[in-house]
Design a protein around this ligand. Sequence first.
Ligand SMILES: *Cc1c(COP(=O)(O)O)cnc(C)c1O
Length: 461
Amino acid sequence: MKTIVKKRSWAEPYKMKMVELLKMTTKQQRIRVMKEAGYNTFLLRSEDVYIDLLTDSGTNSMSDRQWGAFMQGDEAYAGSKSYYHFEEAVQKYYGYKYLIPTHQGRGAENILSKILIKKGDVVPGNMYFTTTRLHQELAGGKFVDIIIDEAHDANSEHPFKGNVDLNKLDAVVKKYGVEKIPYISIATNVNMAGGQPMSMQNIKELRAYTKKHGLRIIHDMTRVAENAYFIQQREKGYEKKDIKTIVKEICANTDGATMSAKKDALVNIGGFMATNEWDVFEEARNLVVVYEGLHTYGGLAGRDMEAIAIGIAESLDDNHQHARVGQVEYLGHKMMEFGIPIVKPIGGHGIFVDAKAFLPHLNQDQFPAQALAAEIYIDSGVRTMERGIVSAGRKSNGENYYPKLELVRFTIPRRVYTQAHMDVIAESAATVFDRRKSIKGLKMVYEPKYLRFFQARFEKL
Ligand SMILES: *Cc1c(COP(=O)(O)O)cnc(C)c1O
């Protein structure tokens, strides 16, 4: 019998129990507020935004189970029951021995960098992340990029663009010596490369190398579940393993971690540092009191720790992760059909539009990605962000970093939007693409000293 259904559709594996109403704006209103915000999407008021793709950080929808657990948070100052639930989840699902809660990822980065890095140290890593590198530098270290070359090439379709280039690492080790290297800093599903994974093979090779040289691996595990999804989809021998198993195997090949629970772990605030080393834990327990809070809450409410414990488990469910990355892939394929230049392969947490290819008539000093993000907001109220020269900031000698990638990031919050929203986003990007030749560059008129992309202001050229 011939069936009339050619392709079976897919839908999100959740339903809505509560909705948040959105304000609809006109183009005239958006032109005005974008100008008032200095053409920086970070400076828009969220109520003026229709679909918010600024970040997937802390923008997750929590499940009914997480909200239920919120009511059961133990708000004791010391020894909170919720801390022990949190610790149990970290040990069970990630396998790290010791947990230090922090208010978010950068709190963990601060403490870890202060403990491990001395002035003059060198920290090799698979591409920088804004807050991670800054904490390494503030502690007196220097970050050296050892990611494979393909990660800097928007057109490369390498399936594991997050991989470490072991030859680059070896050159750093030979140049500075192991005593100058407190740890290798690896991120899974590298954010700044466009949400690109590391392969298990690469992680294992790195582990073998560091064992041989007596070096530590510290894992920025903010997006480890998304990385595990790609290993399952792309790496031989992992097709039949579930995400839980793969995540545990990744963590087992590292010595400690920092985590922003605002991403993978499906909450709105929180993070932690984890380690397998007693001495490092001991020192971290001392320092956390100075910067975050007592070692059994680290700046978090008991209810936050309950929600993280459940979020960790939910994030490792295969159906969740397939839907999560599947939604990103759906948007990416739609954009490609419109001919919009995007970073490939499609990453885990968003679509990265190549602003250099989109606006070839602008040079990098005219902030093409910043300008494009502003145009997309004006077209449809979709808020995206710049990941290019503005985000890269300046070197310690004051010169601008000129990153090879000049991107606009369309980051998809977890469990928040539907496929219909994805259609609206792709069509807006395509509308702006149609009139790309008329888009002008920007000049920076206010520049903050640290992490300038958050608050810089621009004017149209
Ligand atoms: C978000 C993020 C961080 C920083 O975490 P915060 O919770 O924002 O402080 C660190 N590393 C990566 C890869 C991230 O995506």
